[in-house]
Design a protein around this ligand. Sequence first.
Ligand code: GDP
Ligand code: MN
Length: 368
Amino acid sequence: MKLMEDRGRELLARHGVPVPAGRAVSSPEELSDAPERAVVKALVPVGGRGKAGGVKFADGLEEARRRASEILGMEIKGYRVRSVLVAERIEIARELYLSVMVDREAGMPLLMASSEGGMEIESLPEEKIFRAHINPLIGLQPFQLRDLALALRLERGLASQVTDVAKKLYAAFRAEDAELLEINPLAVTPDGRLVAGDAKAIIDDDSIFRHPEHGGGEPDLTPLEREAREKGISFVQLDGNIGVIANGAGLTMATLDALMLHGGRGGTFLDLGGTDDPEKVKQAFRILKKAGPSVILMNIFGGITRCDTVAQGVNDVIKSEGVDVPVVARIKGWYEERARDILREAGLLAATTMDEAAMKATELSRGR
Ligand code: GDP
Ligand code: MN
């Protein structure tokens, strides 16, 4: 679950990180007072708001209301702005970067810092980023904090503040079951104080039940994922351009692996589970179509599911609504011959093995 900046700031403040005062409103009228020197920021669960015009300065209440009404209703990276944060504006002399995230490959939390904050971390050159893995059993060690201060070439007064914030950030990361906590920019004021200028927080969806303070927030779903969930379909939207329909989590994962082996980019995938309901198959196929893959790969093993039921559902959708991308199908098990006949009639490309299907789908997805 991604927290928006106002909630992220609250979280940091609870753990002692210096954060300017602010409040979230969803209309200009709701704003009863504003700081003399304010910043008005779009509350959307994505970064890059500054560049998109979602961060504006205002002096006093009247201007803060005007800026709020300009930002409210904007669309930033596909998200409509429904509320804004009006906060005390920090005077910034220098912008640093600080974050802790789960590094899945290392199986450990990773502390990252840079003396060049403000920009997104992805756009920073490698040598500008300090990294330290934290052994979760022993925690963040003093030598790592000294390394950090050295790497960022921080002067003494600032170094102690940065290492203090890093300690608090790691403590917050642990206590809040976070996957990511990021402060960017971590602002240095002209008088040498350190203040969080932004707060990005992602909380592990599987720990939401331990944190009622987030109001039982929902896991992050795309609009299509939400639609699928309402229809009882397990569907995950990813970047790759090959859409996968399989049945059962194991077969779905194996299909994605087979694609990867052939260099195909398995993307959005959908697990039909064991269904005997052609209506559900139709809905599932429609949702996958909506995700806009370049190729669709079906890999069905009919054990509980009857292959011909699935085939019929797919055939119905293709006949009535069409499909403008190639569909490769590998279908095995109960009533597979009948299923193959139905799919052939619908113009699908048949494959006998999962490997062959993955290879075909990968070939077809190239250059699309
Ligand atoms: P993001 O673009 O979504 O990451 O939003 P940020 O909150 O990081 O704001 C983008 C940029 O706006 C920051 O890097 C700062 O340069 C600037 N900014 C944001 N808040 C303040 C503030 O309180 N004071 C000043 N001077 N600049 C700010
Ligand atoms: Mn930022």
